[in-house]
Ligand binder design. Structure first.
Ligand code: SF4
Length: 183
């Protein structure tokens, strides 16, 4: 039986573990790596290497976009001092989902969703409402999910340990890193 195709926007390998585990029965999943927000480049490469390893372990197709930090900085200009979870993050989610629409339409996927809802620090309702809005009138359907539900986050920690995946200790952009340096 052919499963419907789904492009999974992956923010990091640990968050992708539980998402993939829950989606794979019903969808033909492709990992999609597009993270211009991650800073610095060494961190970006570490997170990407971890996803390449996960894709290898589970034999999941993986599409990698080129690193384009300027796009992220343009998208959030003026909101550099916003706290994590504030307006800058909303624009960051919009940037990911808008490009996900462009790519998934071009490549002919049937569904799109994102691993962003695995993190306990991210508002799944906000992400899902942005996804629905951005995919309005698209032939690709946005699939609202909340992977942190039913102990999803704990499961992602468990699977990350099992596969020895790198787990970051900050969200990703330089603005989420600075407060950690200060502390
Ligand atoms: S804190 Fe995370 S979600 Fe918010 S703008 Fe930075 S990378 Fe994006």
């Amino acid at each position: 039986m052919n499963l419907p195709s789904l492009l999974l926007q992956v923010c990091c390998a640990p968050d992708a573990t539980v998402a993939y585990e829950r989606l794979r029965e019903d969808y033909d999943v492709t990992f999609w790596w597009y993270n211009p927000n991650i800073h610095p480049l060494a961190e970006y490469e570490k997170r990407l290497a971890s996803l390449i390893e996960l894709a290898r372990i589970w034999s999941v197709p993986l599409i990698i976009e080129k690193y384009d930090p300027e796009r992220f900085f343009r998208s959030v200009r003026g909101l550099e001092n916003e706290p994590e979870g504030g307006k800058r993050c909303t624009l960051c989610f919009e940037m990911h989902l808008t490009f996900a629409r462009e790519r998934s339409e071009k490549w002919g996927f049937e569904f799109v969703t994102t691993t962003l809802t695995t993190s306990p620090h991210k508002d799944a309702d906000l992400i899902n409402s942005l996804g629905k809005k951005i995919f309005e009138n698209s032939k690709v359907q946005f699939l609202p999910e909340n992977f942190k539900k039913k102990d999803g986050f704990l499961r992602s920690v468990e699977l990350s340990k099992k596969f020895k995946l790198y787990r970051q200790n900050y969200c990703g952009c330089i603005f989420s890193l600075i407060p950690r340096y200060r502390r």
